[in-house]
Write a protein that binds this ligand. Structure first.
Ligand code: BV8
Ligand code: ZN
Length: 242
């Protein structure tokens, strides 16, 4: 199959969005059936909403936990994880909070927007990793404050160290593969520019054109699993055993 092929690169960054998990059954944000189409994030997924009614925000996030807990990594997640198990340096920079990259075996993951399965106390700031199930206990064992999802909601600043590491890695990679993002949310949508500045070969995997498409050298217009299979180019180490 015509290139590029993952085996030909040494430092790869996969920059993923909700489209990466669409074939696992996780709803995207904006597309058909997108979660923001049904739920207004101003009511269920921002600090103001949490200050007003933390229980309602938890009801919404426990609904998302149940939904995502029923989803499994897809072939695309597995190809990325296997690419990382070889000498090639592979990093996943994701906007996803679903935890499916980790579940599929990827190790080097930068979660720009936090994680659905982690909480932090809104008062003392202590953090806790949860099992993949809804959370019943909403109060911090330490100070009695409210636990809040450790997610970067609109209006929240991203973690500086995470964003800085992402910019560093993307500026020095030789292959940058964007998978399933609409490139409309900032500062994440700025990151492909660092790949261009770093002279990486840039591949956009998305069935649709995006506002960032002109930043890419190669456009693979199809679903994540099929297009990542193409990048794996029949490599038995990357694909599912026959
Ligand atoms: C901040 C977690 C400082 C939450 C998310 C500059 C200009 C304009 C606005 C701003 C700016 N800077 C900051 C802002 C404000 C805001 C922003 O960007 N607004 C946008 C809407 C204009 N940014 C912020 O608030 C950020 N914080 O800047 O703090 C600050 C503070 C105060 C005031 C000013 C600044 C925080 C942003 C993070 C928000 N949290 N997620 C949760 O889940 O509850 S964002 C969320 O949406 C995602 O994480 C992702 O980042 C983003 C976009 O979603 P995508 O992943 O791209 O998914 P989407 O559904 O949109 O698209 C799916 C794509 O997949 C489509 O293209 C589709 O074609 C494709 N697809 C579908 N199926 C498949 C597929 N592809 C492949 N295979 C398939 N099968
Ligand atoms: Zn606390």
């Amino acid at each position: 199959m015509s290139g590029p092929h993952l085996r030909d690169f040494n430092r790869i960054v996969f920059f993923t969005g909700a489209g990466m998990s669409a074939e696992s059954g996780v709803p995207t944000y904006r597309g058909a059936g997108g979660i923001w189409k049904e739920y207004d994030y101003r009511r269920y997924a921002c600090q103001d909403a949490f200050n007003r009614d933390p229980a309602a925000v938890w009801e919404f996030h426990n609904y998302r936990r149940r939904l995502v807990a029923a989803c499994a990594p897809n072939l695309g997640h597995r190809i990325i994880a296997r690419a990382g198990q070889r000498e090639t340096r592979v990093t996943v920079v994701t906007q996803n909070i679903d935890g499916l990259h980790a579940l599929s075996g990827s190790r080097d993951i930068l979660e720009l927007h936090g994680n659905l399965w982690r909480v932090r106390c809104d008062t003392c700031g202590v953090k806790q990793q949860d099992p993949h199930e809804p959370r019943e206990q909403l109060r911090c064992d330490g100070c009695g404050g409210w636990w809040r999802p450790d997610i970067v909601w609109f209006g929240d600043f991203l973690n500086d160290a995470t964003l800085h590491s992402a910019k560093q890695l993307i500026s020095s990679c030789d292959l940058f593969v964007s998978v399933g993002t609409s490139a409309v949310v900032y500062p994440a949508a700025h990151l492909p520019e660092y790949a261009r500045a770093g002279k990486a070969l840039r591949v956009e995997i998305n069935p649709d054109e995006t506002p960032a498409s002109e930043l890419y050298d190669v456009h693979l217009r199809g679903p994540a699993t099929e297009m990542l299979t193409r990048l794996a180019d029949g490599d038995p180490q990357l694909l599912d055993p026959a």
